[in-house]
Design a protein around this ligand. Structure first.
Ligand code: BYC
Length: 324
């Protein structure tokens, strides 16, 4: 009689096959077998990413009514709408992993879920809108170009489209900064002030240093992350220093020096205490952001109720209820 394999042996064989596929560069699709831990890690990372896109609309939304011209207003409106779309693609991606958007939104609104630290800083002047496009979208592109090669198909494919849109966002932000930096002394000072305030939080977007990053090893082993947090941060610094120089702005880091041997711009110490404060809920705007999201959710209750009633009517339930 054939001996039955114990579940753990089956599981081990499936895991080995899964890892062979990843090593061969194959893409994992929703109906493929995957280790529970891979699924959980993806849900964690993708839901944080989706939440970041949605919360990320708030700092910029703050300036839609105060944009300095119709052209600027149109660009900003389009950008903020794009961010909502990015959130939706990524929430759809998490649905392919068996987790509904309602559950994830509950986690966001209850304060349990994380979202990117960067969106807990205030947008004080119009130049902040330029700085966000240039630096925040610029950092996001560096990170997400890498994620477009992630092993999980739905996430990787969402990143391809998102990166194209983020490129437009970065260009509009850099153009705002270029115009301000070449304007009156007061406009240039406003642009420099925005760079001073957004520079270090932008570097924190890449996450802790690799040696302090508990998730990196597993995510790298399973091909979700293709590069480490430090390498991507360095890539962003290298490309951004040249851009700041081109428009006559100064990166607020006295320790910034070019390493001739590697071509890398070496930068000073990131304030990791500030980073940990912000991601644990105690940044300058964490409370304001969550309050705004909760209000938007409550205000939208009638839309959800109407959509559900419409869906029920479409599948005949509403009709049956009316007859009864
Ligand atoms: N902020 O082990 P680590 C946009 C957490 S939005 C908050 O290195 P991992 C845009 C991390 O979650 C684009 N938390 O984590 C939208 C972990 O905590 P948990 C946003 C952070 O996952 C609107 C702990 O720290 N992009 O472009 O290996 C307008 C240890 O970290 C942060 C994404 O979401 C942070 N900055 O790597 C404009 C990209 N960093 O979960 C623009 C997708 C770390 O264990 N995400 N943490 O409790 C990623 O690429 C990765 O998740 C990270 C972190 C590189 C961020």
């Amino acid at each position: 009689m054939e001996q039955q394999q114990t579940p753990s042996a089956v599981e081990q064989a499936m895991l080995a096959e899964f890892e062979r596929r990843i090593a061969a560069g194959e893409t994992v699709e929703p109906k493929d077998w995957m280790p529970e831990r891979y699924r959980k890690q993806l849900v964690r990372m993708m839901s944080q990413h989706a939440h970041s896109e949605v919360v990320g609309m708030l700092p910029e939304g703050n300036w839609i009514t105060r944009a300095p011209s119709l052209r600027r207003k149109l660009g900003l409106l389009a950008k903020v709408q794009d961010e909502a779309g990015h959130g939706l693609y990524i929430y759809c991606g998490t649905e392919t992993l068996g987790v509904g958007r309602d559950e994830l939104l509950d986690q966001l609104l209850s304060g349990k879920a994380k979202y990117s630290s960067i969106f807990n800083y205030p947008t004080l002047t119009w130049a902040d809108i330029g700085a966000i496009g240039w630096l925040v979208d610029g950092a996001a592109i560096v990170n997400q170009t890498m994620l477009a090669k992630a092993s999980y198909g739905p996430y990787a494919r969402a990143m391809v489209r998102i990166c194209k849109e983020e490129n437009f966002h970065k260009k509009q932000g850099f153009e705002i900064m270029t115009v301000l930096a070449g304007g009156t002394p007061a406009q240039k000072a406003m642009a420099q002030d925005a760079l001073d305030r957004w520079w270090w939080p932008s570097l924190m977007m890449f996450g802790p240093s690799d040696k302090d990053s508990p998730n990196s090893a597993e995510l790298t082993k399973w091909g979700v992350k293709r590069k480490g947090n430090d390498e991507l941060r360095q890539r962003f610094v290298n490309q951004t220093v040249a851009q700041a120089q081109a428009i006559g702005l100064t990166i607020p880091d006295p320790e910034l020096t070019l390493d001739e041997a590697t071509g890398d711009w070496k930068f000073g110490q990131i304030d990791w205490d500030e980073f940990h404060r912000v991601i644990s809920g105690d940044g300058p705007c964490n409370r304001e952001r969550l309050a705004a999201r909760r209000k938007a959710h409550d205000d939208g209750a009638w839309v959800r109720a109407a959509a559900e009633a419409h869906a029920a009517k479409q599948d005949g339930q509403g009709g049956a209820a009316r007859v009864a």
